[in-house]
Design a protein around this ligand. Sequence first.
Ligand SMILES: [Zn+2]
Length: 254
Amino acid sequence: MVHGVGGDDPHRLRILTYHGIEERPTGKWQVAREAFEAQMRFLRDAGYRTYTVAEILEKWPEPARRKERAVAITFDDGFLNNLTVACGVLARFGMKATFFIPTENIGVARRAPVSRALSSCSDSAMLCWNDLRKIRSMGHEIGSHSHSHDPVAALPRALAQQNVAHSKRLLESELKCQVVSFAYPYGHGGSFAPWTGEILRLEGFRAACTQMGGALSEGSDLLQLARIGIKGTDSLAVFRQKVSGSYDFLRWIG
Ligand SMILES: [Zn+2]
C-alpha cells in the first residue's frame, strides 16, 4: 500500500463514483450493500459533509476552498439497485447523492440496458422514469451520463453534441427539473477533451465529472472534475485511504 504519495489530506473535497449496490455483487464495480453501509457509516462518524454535484456548483468555489472533510457521492449507469438498495442506506445516514443516467437505458419498464457499451450488464434491471422521479423526490440530484454511453470524445463533434443535448432534454422534460451535471462515460483520458467540455457548456451543463482521481481545488476545471472510483473489492481501509487522499496520485482507477 502506498502512503503519502498523493499528499494525504482528508480536509479536501473529493467526488466518489459508485455503480451498483447489490446484496451479492456480481462484478468489480458492484459494491455489496454491507460494504456500502460501512462506508457511509464511516463518513458520518468521521464527520464528513456530503454534497451533490449541483450543490458544489451552487456554492463554488467555497466547497473546494474549505478545509473540511467532504465528499460528493455519485452513481453511474442507472441501475435499479441505486433506488432499491442505495437510497435506503443514504436516507438512513442523511446523505444526498447525484445519479448519472445514460438516457437510452431508461424505459417505462425496468428492462436491461440497451446501450452496446453496457451490454455486459444485460442481466441488470435499470431505473425507469418513475424510479427517477422517486429518487428526485428524496432530494437527490439526477445528472446526465450521455444518451448512449459512448465515450464522448470518440464521437464526431456534431454527434457528440446531439448525444449530450438529447440526454439533457429528455431528463429535463420527463423530470421537470434543470439538469446541470454530467459524467463522462468511462471518464478516462480518452473519453473527454477540451472540446467536449465546450459542447457541454454550450448545451447548458455546468459541471462534468471524469474518472481521473484526485481532490477538487479552487483551480479545478468544472467541466473536467476529478472523481475517485469505489470498487466492490475495496476494503474499508482502502475506502478510508481513497477518501483521505492516499489514492489521489492514481490518475485512473480502472
Ligand atoms: Zn458509465
